[in-house]
Design a protein around this ligand. Structure first.
Ligand code: G3P
Ligand code: CA
Length: 252
């Protein structure tokens, strides 16, 4: 593959745990990260957004409503308010009290225990907000183990300007007319499409590989789709079921 660490040598596909092992534990928490890590995921995928006072936190939605007992936009809540919320009970009573982690906590945990982070910059971010994310990654000495992805082209451009050492992936719900051109323009290491869109135009994988760009497909939870994606040469698969995908990999 064009970028070896996206797919461990000899493995059919790289395993990326979507929001951690989000089928088994509450998404985007330290516990789902740990379950994903123990499942053998090559990367843990998490979403990052700032609190009202500018601290990068790990949360998928714009609001805390779905995954905590609180209400409101993350950008209207302070770090202190976010830290008081329970992000585990909505998933199962067993996880009561699991906090919304900060990016710093998530990175410190991975640094200590081992593992890599596929960090999605979720939603539009200003240059200063991206700078804060970069600052945290560097302060945690994790620049060598973080891969940044986003649907937001501007966030990727800011990341490239501020931290050229970080590899970049562009998330896409539909395929661009010319994915190679946009990959070159944005200096992408990976192009990360919705898997259904990709399977409708599988030749895109070979085009990207020829240009030295890896392909990471999301979000895929069935063995039949893993097989289709492996057959067209996808490098990594983002899944809610990392243990199952790792087992499927081993059985091939
Ligand atoms: O990593 C790809 C995937 O996470 C993008 O969709 O909504 O789960 O962030 P979403
Ligand atoms: Ca995501």
């Amino acid at each position: 593959p064009p970028n070896g660490y996206l797919r461990p040598e000899g493995a059919p596909v790289g395993v990326i745990a979507h929001r951690g092992a989000s089928s088994a534990a509450p998404e985007n928490t330290l516990v789902s990260q740990e379950v994903g890590r123990r499942a053998g995921a090559d990367f843990i995928e998490n979403d990052v957004q700032p609190s009202k006072d500018g601290v990068p936190f790990i949360l998928h939605d714009k609001t805390v409503d779905r995954t905590t007992e609180g209400v409101g936009n993350i950008r209207d809540l302070t770090a202190a308010q976010l830290k008081g919320l329970d992000a585990g009970s909505w998933f199962a009573p067993h996880y009561r009290g699991a906090p919304i982690p900060t990016l710093a906590e998530q990175l410190a945990d991975l640094r200590t225990r081992g593992g890599n982070l596929l960090l999605e910059i979720k939603g539009a971010h200003t240059r200063d907000e991206v700078a804060r994310i970069v600052e945290v990654i560097r302060a945690e000495r994790m620049a060598g183990r973080v891969f940044v992805q986003s649907f937001e082209v501007d966030a990727l451009r800011h990341t490239r300007d501020l931290a050229p050492e970080l590899p970049l992936g562009l998330l896409r719900s539909t395929l661009d007319a010319d994915p190679v051109a946009i990959a070159k323009d944005l200096h992408l290491t990976a192009y990360n499409p919705n898997h259904t869109a990709l399977l409708a135009r599988p030749g895109v994988v070979a085009d990207l590989h020829e240009a030295g760009v890896a392909v990471m497909a999301w979000t895929v939870n069935s063995a039949s789709s893993w097989k289709s994606l492996e057959a067209i040469g996808v490098d990594s698969i983002i899944t809610d079921k990392p243990a199952e995908l790792a087992g499927w990999n081993d059985a091939l």
